[in-house]
Design a protein around this ligand. Structure first.
Ligand SMILES: Cc1ncc(COP(=O)(O)O)c(C=O)c1O
Length: 380
């Protein structure tokens, strides 16, 4: 089977679970956000039932709860992005109204142990939803330590495979998914999906000559006024433009599911782990930053390499202007969580996708190293 990983690439005993789970335990969506939406709905999240969500988040984790008209209560996180368990009772008491679901995220592909959280949720009659959007969680293979405690699990296979779309909803109790209905995409959409996959395969990355330009571009940026993004606080009570009602009931493309089924997990895993470890090595001695998780646990399929930088200003902006594919979650709901507030601007998400070539990764590493070593002399 091509999508059964070769466990010899792991040292240890259990790389993950590839026990066949009945397909009746899964529902397919175009994105994980719509799978989360169904999980929220099934858990009873609505105008009268709130969602407890992590203070460090991207908007698409909250959009579906906004679409249901629900309140969202943010819970604080520790530096390693686990929930601060001893604050949860306080939070629940302060909110005072019914809370129906708890969203727990395995960030960046590193599985967390949610066993205590599960007990807390059970004590308070709250449904635990596992957010496996950053972990490899498909019908055929579930990364070790994921999808064990959630009554519902949502994942985003499109983040791990070269496919156009893909969001999964899973429940260990198939009956709970009985009311989840999706409509299939049409032939035209299927064909468009195939076209986009081919186009992506053909797109060119940076070339070696780009590396030679980095010093010159940095010197230029250093003496220019910094071009920053908007830092506005906006009140809104509807989902972002990344969430649409029309897409919410649409199932993923058959072409995407085929790609997931036929891709080699072993190769995918090796490349991702290798890319992650190359980042970890490259930043180990680098000033003005630290890796959030320098050690990659065994059996882990990393999603991105999270790097904390000291000076978001100017380094994040320079990285962007140099064309580095780098992300951070700066659009976030304000909370009292100091970690979320810090990570919002300082935690970079760096790509370790299996399709990166050595040349591309070399270039990204060089840009990062040169940027973080570059002193800030620019005009304010
Ligand atoms: C942690 C997390 N959960 C859920 C989502 C939603 O996933 P999707 O992009 O598949 O809708 C995202 C989006 O990137 C995410 O980062």
């Amino acid at each position: 089977m091509p999508n059964q990983p070769d466990i010899s690439i792991f040292r240890g005993s259990r790389p993950g679970s590839s026990l066949p789970i009945d397909i009746g335990n899964f529902r397919h969506f175009t994105r994980g956000r719509y799978a989360l939406g169904e999980a929220y709905r099934l858990a009873g999240v609505n105008r009268d039932g709130a969602l407890l969500a992590p203070a460090y988040h991207c908007v698409t984790m909250l959009d579906p709860a906004m679409a249901l008209g629900a309140d969202i209560v943010l819970y604080p996180l520790q530096p390693d992005l686990s929930p601060v368990l001893n604050k949860l009772d306080e939070l629940l008491a302060a909110y005072g109204k019914p809370v129906k679901a708890f969203l727990a995220t395995h960030y960046f592909g590193l599985a967390k142990n949610f066993s205590h959280l599960k007990k807390w949720c059970d004590r308070h009659d709250i449904v635990l939803i596992e957010d496996c959007s950053h972990t490899l969680f498909t019908e055929a293979f579930q990364a070790a330590g994921t999808g064990i405690y959630g009554r519902f699990v949502a994942s985003s296979p499109y983040k791990f495979f070269a496919c156009e779309d893909g969001g999964l909803l899973y429940s260990p109790d198939a009956v709970l998914l009985d009311t989840v209905k999706t409509r299939p995409a049409g032939v035209v959409e299927e064909l468009r999906g195939i076209k986009r996959v081919i186009e992506k395969c053909r797109s060119n990355g940076p070339t070696a000559s780009d590396s030679e330009l980095i010093d010159a571009r940095l010197a230029e940026l250093n003496v220019k006024p910094l071009i920053e993004g908007n830092n506005r606080i906006t009140a809104y009570d509807h989902p972002s433009s990344l969430y649409t009602a029309e897409e919410s009931g649409l199932s993923s493309l058959m072409g995407s599911r085929c790609i997931v089924r036929l891709s080699s997990l072993t190769e995918n895993m090796k490349r991702r782990r290798n890319n992650y470890q190359r980042w970890a090595k490259a930043v180990a001695e680098l000033p003005n930053c630290h890796a959030l998780f320098p050690e990659l646990p065994e059996y882990c399929f990393p999603y991105m390499f999270p790097l904390h930088i000291k000076h978001a200003k100017p380094h994040f902006y320079w990285l962007k202007q140099l064309g580095t594919p780098v992300w951070r979650w700066d659009e976030m709901v304000i909370s009292g969580c100091p970690i979320a507030q810090d990570y919002r601007l300082h935690l970079l998400h760096l790509a370790c996708h299996q399709s990166l070539t050595d040349l591309q990764l070399d270039w990204m590493i060089t840009v990062l190293q040169k940027t973080l070593r570059s002193p800030w002399q620019g005009v304010k």
